[in-house]
Structures are given as C-alpha cells and as structure tokens.
Design a protein. Structure first.
Length: 282
C-alpha cells in the first residue's frame, strides 16, 4: 500500500513539474501586456511633451516680440526729444520725418482725412489699388471694407518681390516681410504687385496688424458694418524702400474705428539703406 501511495505521489509531482511553465504562462503574458501598455503610454507622453515644448518655444518668441514692442514704447514716452504726433499730413511731409524712437505716431490729431463722399456706402464694398510709379513702387490702396469682401480660401505663399526687397535673417528672425497694404484677411488680395511693399517685421507685426485686427473684429460683428480704409506707402525722393506707411480708417456711422497714424519702416538691430533696401546689422 505504501509503495502504491509513493508511486502515486511521484506521478502527481511529475505532472506538476511538467505543467508548471504552461501554468505560469498567463501570468507572464499579463506582465508583458502591462509592460507594453506602459511603454505605449510613455511614448505618447514623450510625443506630447515634445509638442508642448515647441508650442512653448513659439509662445516665448511671441512674448519676446511683444516685450520689445512695450519696451520700445516705454522708452519713447520717457524721452524728452520725442513726439507722438504730427500735424503734417502730406506724404512729402511724412517722408521727411526721421525716426526718433517711436515707431508709430498719430497724424492730424489721429483724424482720418476722408470727405463725406469718401464715406458713402452707395456703391457697397469695394477696393482699388494705385498704379506702380516709374520706379515700380506701390502707391495708395483704398477700400470700403465689409465682411462680404473677406476671403474664405486659405492664403497661398507670397512670391512677389517688391522694390527694396533684400531680405536677411538676424538674431530675432527675418528682417523684412512682404507687407500687404490692404491685409489679405480683408479682401483676399495676395500676390498683387500693387498691394505689396517691403516692410520690416515690426512694421508688419505688431504695428500694422494691431489696427487690422481691430478693424476685422468690428467688421465681423455685423454685416452692416463698413470701414473706409486707406493705406499709403511713404517714400523719400527716389528711394526704393519706403520710409513708412500711413494708415487711415473710419467706420461709417460711428467712431468705433477712427485713426490716422504713420508707422516708421524700421527694425531694431538693423541699419537700413532706404536707397535700395540693403541693410547692415547694428
């Protein structure tokens, strides 16, 4: 009897040993699955962190530009030899002004120079662009803006090279932009040679863009909102790079939009040659 019992125990023990690896396989598989799950989550977190780092870097650049803008205007307010306005209203008068630390000044006490007929909406929304002069320089662009003119298509890359286009990259980015006189968001004009000038990065943004965003917000609030708009590039003599740009705007029927400003075409860290648009870092 003892011999038989011993034989049975030996057989059972052998079966357990043989079955052991197979019995433990589900547990190992479970551990592998858990490990794989953690690896997948870790990879997703790494990818998410990389995207977040890029977004933060982009925001830091924007903050840096805004801070430069604020610092520049703060310095201009404390400077004793500065003026923030000009009674001069002709393009010749504006062309003869020299930049003295304030990139944007008001013109004509900030009052746009539109006649009653200029403010008429009898023809609805419209836009016109001046002809290029004998040096191929752009001239004034005019419009009666309304939300009906705003484009829905995505803007295509710009390829037109306006006069004075000699771009270069500095520590804070590219020196020049192909600056629209009438912004693309208003009428959808993109590679129109009569609507593009060589403008510095800061002239384009934040200076011009600030006013454009105010107008766009106003137009989108109601289909009945109209804004008379004029943007005039200002050249001195036969120079190919504009000294600045004059922006005038007046909302029809109210004063929600009302300004007349001149923005100097300058860029911190660069010395510009207005004769041809070349530049040196300094």
């Amino acid at each position: 009897m003892r011999k038989q019992l011993k034989a049975v125990l030996i057989i059972l023990f052998s079966v357990v040993l043989l079955a052991g690896p197979e019995l433990s396989s589900p547990a190992i598989a479970g551990e592998n699955a858990t490990s794989s799950g953690f690896q997948t989550k870790a990879q997703k977190l790494i990818s998410s962190n990389n995207k977040l780092k890029k977004a933060i870097k982009s925001k830091e650049k924007q903050i840096s530009k805004i801070q430069d803008y604020l610092d520049k205007h703060k310095d201009s307010q404390t400077s004793s030899n500065q003026t923030n306005s000009s009674t001069n209203s002709t393009t010749t008068d504006l062309a003869n002004l020299n930049y003295a630390g304030t990139q944007e000044i008001t013109v004509n006490n900030n009052n746009p120079q539109f006649s009653d007929s200029d403010l008429s909406t009898s023809s609805g929304a419209w836009q016109t662009f001046g002809e290029l002069d004998n040096l191929n320089r752009v001239s004034a662009a005019n419009a009666m803006l309304n939300v009906s003119l705003m484009p829905h298509a995505k803007r295509e890359p710009l390829y037109v090279d306006p006069t004075g286009w000699h771009n270069k990259k500095g520590p804070s980015g590219w020196l020049y932009n192909r600056s629209h006189l009438i912004g693309y968001q208003f009428t959808g004009q993109n590679n129109n040679v009569r609507n593009l000038m060589t403008g510095t990065a800061s002239l384009n943004s934040p200076e011009m863009q600030h006013h454009e965003m105010d107008i766009a917000y106003y137009l989108k609030r109601s289909a009945n909102h109209y804004v008379r708009y004029r943007v005039t590039p200002v050249f001195r003599g036969n120079e190919l790079l504009a000294r600045g740009v004059q922006m005038e705007a007046q909302s029809v029927g109210d004063n929600s939009i009302h300004f007349n400003v001149y923005i100097f075409n300058v860029e911190k860290g660069f010395v510009l040659n207005y004769n041809d648009g070349t530049s040196t870092v300094g």
